[in-house]
Design a binder for this molecule. Structure first.
Ligand SMILES: N[C@@H](CCC(=O)N[C@@H](CS)C(=O)NCC(=O)O)C(=O)O
Length: 202
């Protein structure tokens, strides 16, 4: 049995962040287990490990489960001394990861609005507000790309997972047109084996 069990779904961008890190850092002691997470009630064993019922969760033999994705990636990076949170630009990397996760959360919220609420309860101003968050974030990232380090870090991985999720769930949305630098960055990231091997499905 592997040292760690990662509970998740390959459709989740937050789980994908962890899986990309696992590939990039060549971690061999993380085993993947698919679980059902849902705001309407997910797997009991997931809810027992994480009271929020959200994925990902990392189970550790003999120790408490840890979540959410940022805690898990920081933990695995520290354990493996993998260097995806470089000390000399730690605050920039953490802020990029936070901004990427926030954009992803807005996309997930939109998906959930249409998946879990009856159409008669959809509230357009709220939905438009989520789109506004996504667009502001994309413009912010476009401005940041020239300052990205050539060495991939956890902020960049989180951004790649978020952009991948945007394409996966909102394929009709052309975010690339006015953001050429971000689009080129995403193409480079997507060509990496870790991203190729963790494409979202479902
Ligand atoms: N901040 C959390 C967000 C995780 C999250 O929202 N995961 C979604 C799947 S993409 C989930 O588990 N949703 C089920 C629910 O909201 O109950 C993290 O970074 O891990």
């Amino acid at each position: 049995m592997a040292k760690y069990q990662l509970l998740g779904s390959i459709a989740s961008p937050f789980v994908r962040k962890v899986l990309v890190l696992v590939h990039e850092a060549k971690l061999t002691d993380v085993e993947f287990e698919t679980v059902k997470a849902s705001p309407m009630g997910g797997d009991a064993h997931l809810n027992a490990a994480n009271p929020s019922g959200k994925i990902p969760v990392l189970l550790r033999a003999g120790e408490s489960p840890i979540f959410d994705s940022r805690v898990i990636t920081r933990f695995l990076d520290t354990e493996a001394r993998a260097g995806f949170y470089p000390e000399n630009r730690l605050w920039e990397v953490l802020t990029l990861e936070a901004a990427a996760d926030a954009m992803t959360e807005a996309v997930v919220a939109m998906v959930y609005e249409h998946r879990f609420r009856p159409e008669t309860h959809w509230y357009e101003p709220w939905y438009d507000g989520q789109w506004a968050k996504v667009n502001r974030a994309l413009d912010y990232f476009e401005g940041l790309v020239p300052r990205f380090d050539a060495q991939i870090d956890m902020g960049q991985i989180a951004l790649g997972a978020g952009l991948g999720y945007l394409d996966f769930r909102q394929a009709q949305f052309d975010w690339r047109g006015t953001r050429p630098q971000l689009a080129a960055f995403f193409d480079r990231l997507n060509a990496r084996s870790a991203f190729q091997q963790t494409q979202p499905v479902g």
